[in-house]
Design a binder for this molecule. Structure first.
Ligand SMILES: [Zn+2]
Ligand SMILES: [Zn+2]
Length: 308
């Protein structure tokens, strides 16, 4: 008994197929979760990787009956929803799909954000023509019983729009996602020479950021498997990528270690990051961690399945 995670998309921002991304893959975020004993399926994010997951579902699930599943979106940035029109089960009668995700602006609805990709101006099929039954649910920070012994907790992360981190618990095992996420920072100008500098506000901002970062860490404490945003190296992060909503390898590794995570998987690779670079970074960080932490560190790779 247990559950496992399969990677169908591991990239951030935009698909980037080509000779430099053959090993780790070039699709944007999509994960398949499978739970024992009945092979129950839950999907996380609908990036371009969901197209291939759909093909796999057609072979694996459809012969057993209509596809009935839940799709959880971390957020609605395009790289996390762009594959939705290519998720074949939506064209098949009797498919039942529940889509959950956070919505940043009250006037926006999830069905509009996700479904409007199926308009003639973008795509040859309209949402109204789909044969599947699709229901949309706005998701906030919450605790949810998904039935069958699966428990879900969600937490808001730090990104330009609302993003949820997910924490799945099943049979005593824990799997967490921590993307797209950037460490909380002090929002006040900390330069004493600048106009309007307010030492008290800076100190308050510092404390607030630390508290928020601690809450995030507690959210994934003790996880058996943690999937963390590592779009940048620390040097890249400091050089112009601060405020873009993503984390560095160093931040992810340090925090995962502090939180007693058993297996950290580096995820949401920058589209510019070549396979050889990911190999070199993994080697470097594994060497840095060796002897100091019992935590396993690996790089998310398309087609790979990890037992939680
Ligand atoms: Zn993203
Ligand atoms: Zn994003």
């Amino acid at each position: 008994m247990g559950f496992r995670v399969t990677f169908w998309g591991v990239r951030g921002s935009i698909p980037c197929p080509g000779p430099n991304t053959v090993k780790y893959g070039g699709n944007t975020a999509c994960l398949e979760l499978r739970f024992d004993p009945d092979d129950r399926l839950i999907i996380l994010d609908a990036g371009s990787g969901i197209r291939e997951l759909a093909m796999s579902i057609m072979k694996r699930d459809l012969p057993r009956g209509p596809v009935k599943t839940k799709l959880f979106l971390t957020h609605t940035h395009w790289d996390h929803i762009m594959g939705f029109p290519f998720f074949t089960p939506i064209f098949i009668p009797n498919t039942e799909l529940e889509i959950y995700g956070p919505v940043t602006y009250e006037e926006d609805t999830l069905d509009k954000i996700v479904g409007d990709q199926l308009r003639y101006r973008y795509f040859p099929v309209r949402l109204e023509e789909l044969r599947a039954k699709i229901d949309y649910y706005h998701l906030k920070e919450s605790d949810k019983d998904l039935g069958g012994g699966i428990h879900l907790r969600t937490k808001y992360l730090n990104h330009p729009i609302l993003v949820l981190g997910y924490r799945f618990e099943f049979e005593g095992k824990v799997f967490c996602t921590m993307y797209d996420h950037e460490p909380f920072r002090n929002v006040f100008d900390a330069d004493p020479s600048s106009q309007g500098y307010d030492a008290a506000a800076v100190q308050e901002g510092e404390i607030a950021a630390q508290e928020e970062n601690q809450k995030v860490l507690e959210f994934f404490r003790g996880a058996d498997l943690l999937l963390h945003d590592t779009q940048y190296t620390h040097a890249e992060y400091l050089k112009g990528k601060t405020g873009w909503g993503h984390s560095s390898f160093e931040w992810a590794i340090n925090n995962a270690h502090r939180a007693g995570v058993k297996h950290l998987v580096l995820f949401h690779h920058d589209p510019e990051r070549k396979d050889a670079e990911l190999d070199a970074l993994l080697e470097k960080y594994r060497a840095a961690v060796k002897g100091k932490s019992r935590m396993r560190v690996s790089v998310a790779q398309e087609g790979k399945t990890i037992e939680v």
